[in-house]
Write a protein that binds this ligand. Sequence first.
Ligand SMILES: Cc1cc2nc3c(=O)[nH]c(=O)nc-3n(C[C@H](O)[C@H](O)[C@H](O)COP(=O)(O)O)c2cc1C
Length: 303
Amino acid sequence: MSVDLTTRIGKLTMKNPVTTASGTFASGMQYAEFFELDRLGAVTTKGVSLEPWRGNEGVRIAESPSGMLNSIGLQNPGVEAFCAGDLAWLSQQDVPIIVNVSGHSVAEFAAIIERLEEEGSADAYELNVSCPNVDSGGMTFGTDPEAAARIMAACRKVTERTIIVKLTPNVTDIVSIARAVVDEGADALSLINTLLAMAIDARTRKAVFNRKVAGLSGPAIKPVALRMVYEVHKAIDVPLIGMGGIVCAEDAIEFILAGASAVAVGSANFIDPLASVKVIDGIERYLEDNSIGSVSELVGALE
Ligand SMILES: Cc1cc2nc3c(=O)[nH]c(=O)nc-3n(C[C@H](O)[C@H](O)[C@H](O)COP(=O)(O)O)c2cc1C
């Protein structure tokens, strides 16, 4: 039986519902040694800012039971170098590109997208209003519906391409943030970014990370992510990209049943560089085994 894996995220058509979670796949160059990137529904890049960001000093990664903490701090070379390097390379690969965008201000978000529009090779933008690892911008935007809405409105003015807003789980009511950005024209939402967390070294009696707090990802956060995808899907009618702890096809199917039209594989890429393609193959097998003709039939099909 042949099955249809196609999914739509705003104007972006993905040939299968699997992308990579921002910051866990760089721009794919290193992973292209393991598989052809055109297997993916889309590549989502590491976050890009207007100017180069150095990222955080000190420890940046720590393991935790069933997960990992990171405090990268959005290190990236800035949009100019990104366009000349990673984006130029990625646009030669036969795969849709979702560029993840990070700014310290409303104007900065819009300016990055304006620059990327000149290049014209991104298929969609993902606005990271949810990074817990920077002092200004980041998660502070994504925990305030008005601030998130202002960013979305400014970005909507500078592009007609698909805009996805990436939501933080570090809020009590994720639906109100989701609604605020959809009202300003967001085509889709991705969720979740990392959970605010902490690691302490009992031997040194110090926090492991310089900023004390960090972002938790991996299987430990999957139940939280599923609940948030489910809540947003029930309340708002836009495509969702679900992520948080996906390591195998069954995890991905759970997100799709909760209401995700697509999923992203994140921390699992660090354990197995082939994780995302295994998820794609496993979704296909699941559909075949259960005689389901298309993945779209499963979206939100929780009984
Ligand atoms: C090392 C690392 C770097 C990340 N960098 C970004 C980033 O630049 N922009 C962003 O929106 N999310 C970033 N994230 C969050 C992931 O894209 C994803 O939302 C989160 O890790 C949950 O998925 P997972 O449990 O599958 O990893 C990063 C996560 C990790 C682990």
